[in-house]
Write a protein that binds this ligand. Structure first.
Ligand code: F6R
Length: 259
């Protein structure tokens, strides 16, 4: 696990954007794992800028959403398919390039199984963007999630619903249920890039990076993955014991190596 601590969200987003651009230049039909929420927005903005500058051709890229709310109707602005459609608009991706689990299916377990098959048929995710919940979730794998879990229905914790209420007109409008890639699914992506900013994430980040691997902090499963980049601002990194070591390591890393 590589921990990179920078001063602000813009720097983190730029670093993650560089990693995506380098991947797509090397592998034009790369498969991206797409998170929603606030954390990856700077990366999507960075990709729009790099695309507009002609620095990257994303026309052959494919994408898979991490998760989706159950029951939000087509066109709802907070449905994650809709969020990602807005964020990636104008990047030249094919219409069917991005898939997400179908939160409107009458057969949710069947939709989850179909989603797993679709990810496998694509050859798997090359680079997965991740945020982290204040309770340590990734995707919507809330505390107690099996470290081997696959895409399935989950119930959001009260804390996550409260955290996400800012996106909705009223707290009660946040759905209780979601479909999410499992921790076992996420772990199969070849490179995981987690972005976290702000003091509210510090405890979850410390447990993820330096705590015990445990379903009580689902993101701690990242410790078992061979290629993880954890990109933090100062506030999110504040609870880390080995901060000086992470800084020294990053400062000494040749820029050409990237993430
Ligand atoms: C969203 C997702 C969630 C968020 C997490 C952090 O697709 O999978 O795990 O990444 O809830 O949300 P933000 O970035 O809004 O703080």
């Amino acid at each position: 696990m590589e921990v990179v601590v920078l001063t602000d969200a813009e720097q983190l987003a730029e670093l993650a954007t560089d990693a995506v651009v380098a991947l797509v230049r090397a592998q034009p039909s790369a498969v991206l794992g797409l998170a929603t929420g606030s954390s990856p927005l700077g990366v999507y903005a960075g990709l729009r800028l790099r695309h507009a500058a002609g620095e990257v051709d994303l026309s052959r890229v494919r994408g898979f959403l991490l998760d989706e709310y159950v029951g939000l109707p087509p066109g709802h602005p907070e449905r994650y398919r809709e969020v990602i459609r807005r964020e990636l608009d104008g990047l030249g991706l094919a219409d069917d390039a991005v898939q997400g689990p179908d939160g409107l299916s009458h057969d949710l377990p069947g939709a989850c199984a179909a989603y797993e098959r679709a990810i496998a048929a694509s050859g798997g995710v090359d680079l997965q963007l991740l945020g982290i919940g204040t309770d340590g979730h990734i995707g919507f794998n809330e505390p107690g999630s099996s470290l081997a879990s696959r895409t399935r229905v989950k119930t959001l914790t009260a804390q996550t619903r409260a955290d996400n209420a800012r996106f909705f007109a009223a707290p009660d409008e946040v759905p209780h249920h979601v479909l999410t890639q499992g921790l076992g699914t996420i772990r199969e992506a070849r490179h995981l890039v987690l972005l976290a900013t702000g003091a509210g994430k510090a405890e979850a980040v410390a447990r993820t990076v330096e705590g015990a691997v445990s379903a009580s902090c689902p993101a701690s499963v990242l410790q078992l993955h061979p290629h993880v980049s954890v990109l933090l601002d100062e506030a999110a990194a504040a609870g880390l014991q080995h901060l000086a070591y992470y800084r020294e390591t990053w400062a000494g890393k040749p820029a050409w190596q990237g993430l």
